[in-house]
Design a protein around this ligand. Structure first.
Ligand code: ADP
Length: 739
C-alpha cells in the first residue's frame, strides 16, 4: 500500500498575521484611554482572530480534501498501471514471503488463484511450485531473502487447472530513504510462450545438429559405397580388389572386415581379412584363415545374420565369431542371380555402438555391390572358357549337335551346317525332330553312351538335305544336361565305296571280255590251226594282239591311277608342238575308228609351243578322243583342236554322242566314277580315264573340264600354259583361278 503524506497548513504566514493582529490589539489597549474602547478593541481583536482561525481552518480542510483526491487519483492510476502490466506484481513483507501485501489481479490469469486467495493463504506460492523445481527455488529464496538485492529465477507453478506454467521471477527489496526495507517487490512473468519458443528453438537446433551429423554420416557412407564401387569395377582379378574393399570398410565402419568367396563347389575361401588402424588384435585374437561355421551358415541360408540381434540387446553383451570377441557382428550373404557367391562379415570389437538397422542396410548394400562384381567376374571367366570351347567347335571338322533334355537343339556348329546344309538359325532353339529332316527315325539307331570314352560305336545313317542325301557317321554322349552328338560326313567315302564296288564289277567285266576273246582266239588257233588259212590265222592273231593291248591299257590305267594316288609320278616339262601332237593323235585314231565316226582337226597354223610332258598330254588327248568315239555309239563328228588363249593353249575334243548330264559334269572326273555304271547304254569302262586326265593336267599346271557341245554331245576342254608363260614364271595366272 502506498504511504500518504499528511497535509500541513502554512504556519509561518498564519503566525505572522496573528502576531500583527495581537501587536495591533496590544498597542490599542495601551493607547486607548477609555475602558469601553479597550473592551471594544479586545472584542474586535477576538472576533478578528476567530474569523481568521475559521478562514484558516476552512482553507486547510479544502486543501486537505484536494490532496486526498489527488492521492486517490494517483493511486488509481498506479494500480491501473500495475494491473495493466503484462506481469504479476507481488508485494510481500520484507523477510517474509508468506505475508502478501499486494498482488495484482493478473495472478489469477497466470495461476488460476485470485489475489485474495494469495493474500489469505501464506503458503500458496510454495505449494504451487512444481515438485521438480521446488527444492531449487526454495533454497534460492532462502539465500536471497537475507542479502541479495535482486534476483531472477525461472520455475514452474502448478496452475489450478493442473497446467505447469513457466514463470520468470524478478525480485527486489524496496527500501526507504534510510535504507530500511519497506517491502519486497516481485514481478512474475508467464514465460511459457518464451519457454516453448526456447524449447522449440532448442529442438530445432538439436534436430539441425542431428541432421548435420546424419548428413555427414550419410556422406561418409556414400563415399564408402562409391570407393568400394570404384575398387571392384577396376579390374577382373577380384582378389586384390576385395582386399582393398575390406581395408576401406575398416576405416570407419568396422574394426574387422572379412570377405569369403564361394568356389564352384560352394566351398568358402577367405580372400580378405582387414583390421582397423586403431583396432588392437584383442589379446592376439584374430579371425581364422578359414571361414567360421557361423559364416558358412550365412552362405547356406542366404540370410543376413546380425549378432546380437537388434531387438535383443543388453549393453554388456559380447558375441563371438570363431576366436574373435566382438560387440556386434553382421554377416551378409553375397547373392547375385540367386547364386550364393560368398559372405561379407563386419565386426565391431572396440569402436562405436552395436550395428544399427541402418548399418545393416549399409552392409547389405556393400554386399550387393561385391556380389555383382563377383558375378561379373564369374561370367567373364565362363565366357572366356566358353569362347575357347566355341572356338574349338567353330573350327572342328566334325558336326556337333547338342540337344537338351527336351530334345531342343542348343548347339549346331559350322561343320554341322556345312554337312547338312541346315543353317544354325533354323535349328537352334527348335526341336531336333522338327528341324532336322529324318532325325526322328535316325535317332533311334544312333548309339548314345554315358561317357565320352573313345572306342564307342558310331553308326552310318542317311539324312536328307536340300542338296540330296548325305551319309553321316554319328554317335552320341549323354550328360546331365542332355546329349551331345558328333558326326562326320561320310557321303564321299561311302560313294567311293560304292564306286569301288561298281569298279570291281566293271573292271572284272572289262577284263573278262578281252580275256575271253584272247582265250577263244588262242583255242581256235590251237585246235583248228590246220584248217585255217593264212588270212584266218592272221585274223585270230591280230584279235589276240588287239585284245591283249586293251587288257594292257586297262591294267596300265589301274597302275597309273595307283601311282598318281601314291604321288609316285615324275613328269617332264619340255616344249613341244601342240598342233603336231593333235595331228598325230587324230591320225593314229583314224586307223581303228569306226566308219560311222568322222575325225577332224581344228588347229590354226603356228600354235605356240607348250611346255609339258608330251607323252602325258598325248595320253590325255588319246583318252578324250577314245571316249568321244566310245560315247558316240551312233557315230558322228569328232573334232579335236587346239588354240592359244591368253598365254594358255586350249585343247578341245568335241563329239555328237550321248552327252553328259549337268549334274555329272564334275563327278565324271572322280576316281571310278561312271555316269552309267550299269552300262545300260552298253558302253564299258573303268571310270579311271578322266580321273587320270585331271590328275595329269593338274600336275602340269593346267585345268580340264567338260561342257555340253551345243545341243548334242559333249566337249572336253583342257588348258596348259604356253612354253613362254612357263619360262617367265607366270604359271598359274588369272585364268587358272577360274576353274
Ligand atoms: P570310262 O572308262 O567309264 O570311260 P572315264 O573316266 O573315261 O571312264 O569316263 C568317266 C565317265 O564319264 C564315263 O563312264 C562316261 O559316263 C562319261 N564320259 C566320258 N567321256 C564322255 C563323252 N565323250 N561323252 C559322254 N560321256 C562321257
Amino acid at each position: 500500500m502506498l504511504s500518504l503524506q499528511k497535509y500541513r497548513a502554512r504556519p509561518g504566514l498564519a503566525a505572522v498575521l496573528a502576531l500583527v493582529l495581537a501587536a495591533a490589539a496590544a498597542v490599542l489597549l495601551v493607547l486607548l484611554p477609555e475602558r469601553w474602547e479597550r473592551i471594544l478593541v479586545a472584542a474586535l481583536t477576538f472576533l478578528a482572530g476567530a474569523a481568521f482561525a475559521v478562514v484558516l481552518a476552512r482553507r486547510a480542510r479544502s486543501r486537505e480534501q484536494a490532496r486526498i483526491e489527488e492521492l486517490e487519483t494517483a493511486e488509481a492510476r498506479h494500480s491501473a498501471l500495475l494491473d495493466g502490466l503484462p506481469l504479476v506484481t507481488w508485494l510481500t513483507a520484507p523477510g517474509d514471503r508468506s505475508e502478501t501485501l499486494y498482488v495484482s489481479p493478473s495472478i489469477a490469469e497466470v495461476t488460476g488463484y485470485s489475489p485474495s486467495e494469495w493474500v489469505e493463504q501464506p503458503e500458496l506460492h510454495v505449494n504451487l511450485l512444481h515438485p521438480d523445481d521446488r527444492e531449487r527455488v526454495v533454497s534460492e529464496f532462502e539465500r536471497t531473502s537475507t542479502g541479495a538485492p535482486v534476483h531472477s529465477l525461472e520455475y514452474r507453478l502448478l496452475a489450478r487447472d493442473g497446467r505447469a506454467v513457466w514463470v520468470r521471477e524478478d525480485t527486489a527489496t524496496v527500501r526507504d530513504s534510510k535504507g530500511e526495507p519497506l517491502y519486497v517487490q516481485t514481478f512474475l512473468r508467464d514465460v511459457g510462450e518464451l519457454k516453448r519458443g526456447d524449447d522449440r528453438r532448442e529442438l530445432l537446433q538439436s534436430a539441425e545438429r542431428e541432421a548435420a551429423s546424419e548428413s555427414a554420416e550419410r556422406r561418409s557412407r556414400l563415399d564408402l559405397l562409391r570407393h568400394v564401387g570404384n575398387e571392384i569395377s577396376a579390374g577382373i582379378d577380384l582378389d586384390p580388389a576385395l582386399a582393398e574393399v575390406a581395408e576401406l570398410i575398416v576405416v570407419d565402419f568396422a574394426d574387422w572386415c572379412l570377405i569369403d568367396v564361394a568356389d564352384d563347389a560352394n566351398d568358402l575361401r577367405r580372400v580378405a581379412v582387414a583390421r582397423g588402424a586403431t583396432t588392437s588384435p584383442s589379446g592376439g585374437r584374430v579371425p581364422a584363415d578359414d571361414p567360421e561355421p557361423e559364416v558358412k551358415a550365412v552362405l547356406e541360408q542366404g540370410r543376413t545374420s546380425v549378432l546380437p540381434a537388434i531387438d535383443e540387446r543388453s549393453k554388456a553383451e559380447r558375441v563371438s565369431l570363431g576366436d574373435l570377441e566382438a560387440r556386434s557382428v553382421v554377416s551378409v550373404p553375397l547373392l547375385a542371380r540367386k547364386q550364393q557367391l560368398g559372405v561379407l562379415t563386419v565386426a565391431r570389437t572396440e569402436r562405436g555402438p552395436a550395428y544399427s538397422s541402418e548399418d545393416v542396410a549399409l552392409a547389405e548394400d556393400l554386399a550387393a555391390r561385391l556380389a555383382l562384381a563377383l558375378d561379373r567376374g564369374r561370367l567373364y571367366h565362363e565366357v572366356e572358357e566358353r569362347s575357347d570351347a566355341a572356338w574349338v567347335l567353330e573350327h572342328v571338322a566334325d558336326g556337333i549337335l547338342l540337344l537338351d533334355r527336351l530334345g531342343v537343339v542348343r548347339l549346331w556348329n559350322p561343320a554341322a551346317e556345312a554337312i547338312t546344309f541346315i543353317s544354325t538359325a533354323d535349328v537352334v532353339g527348335h526341336a531336333a525332330a522338327e528341324a532336322i529332316p529324318g532325325w526322328k527315325t535316325a535317332v533311334e539307331r544312333v548309339p548314345v553312351s554315358a561317357s565320352p570314352d573313345p572306342g564307342h560305336d558310331e553308326v552310318l545313317i542317311p539324312i536328307e538335305t536340300s542338296r540330296g542325301e548325305r551319309w553321316i557317321a554319328i554317335s552320341g554322349v549323354r550328360f546331365f544336361g542332355g546329349t551331345v552328338y558328333a558326326f562326320r560326313d561320310l557321303t564321299d567315302t561311302r560313294r567311293l565305296e560304292e564306286i569301288k564296288a561298281d569298279f570291281i564289277a566293271t573292271a572284272s567285266h572289262e577284263l573278262r571280255t578281252p580275256l575271253a576273246a584272247v582265250y577263244g582266239a588262242a583255242q581256235t588257233l590251237l585246235r583248228h590251226d590246220f584248217a585255217l588259212d593264212e588270212t584266218g590265222r592272221e585274223r585270230f592273231v591280230s584279235l589276240i594282239a588287239d585284245e591283249s593291248e586293251r587288257l594292257g591299257r586297262i591294267v596300265n590305267e589301274i597302275l597309273l591311277a595307283n601311282q598318281l594316288d601314291a604321288g609316285r609320278l615324275d613328269l617332264d616339262s619340255e616344249p613341244f608342238d601342240a598342233g603336231d601332237l593333235v595331228e598325230r593323235v587324230v591320225e593314229a585314231t583314224r586307223t581303228h575308228a569306226p566308219p560311222s565316226v568322222t575325225l577332224e582337226v581344228e588347229a590354226p597354223e603356228n600354235v605356240p609351243q607348250v611346255a609339258a610332258d608330251a607323252d602325258k598330254v598325248r595320253q590325255v588327248l588319246v583318252n578324250l578322243v577314245e571316249n568321244a568315239i566310245k560315247y558316240s555309239p551312233d557315230g558322228g563328228r569328232v573334232e579335236v583342236g587346239v588354240e592359244e588363249r591368253d598365254g594358255f593353249l586350249r585343247f578341245h575334243v568335241r563329239d555328237e554322242g550321248l552327252g553328259i548330264a549337268p549334274e555329272d559334269q564334275e563327278q565324271i572326273f572322280e576316281k571310278f566314277y561312271r555316269a552309267d555304271p550299269q552300262m545300260t547304254r552298253g558302253v564299258g569302262g573303268t571310270g579311271l580315264g578322266l580321273y587320270i586326265c585331271r590328275e595329269l593336267i593338274d600336275r602340269m599346271g593346267g585345268r580340264i573340264w567338260a561342257e555340253p557341245n551345243g545341243s548334242k554331245g559333249s566337249m572336253f576342254v583342257f588348258e596348259l600354259p604356253t612354253a613362254e608363260v612357263m619360262a617367265h614364271g607366270q604359271r598359274g595366272g588369272p585364268r587358272l583361278q577360274l576353274g
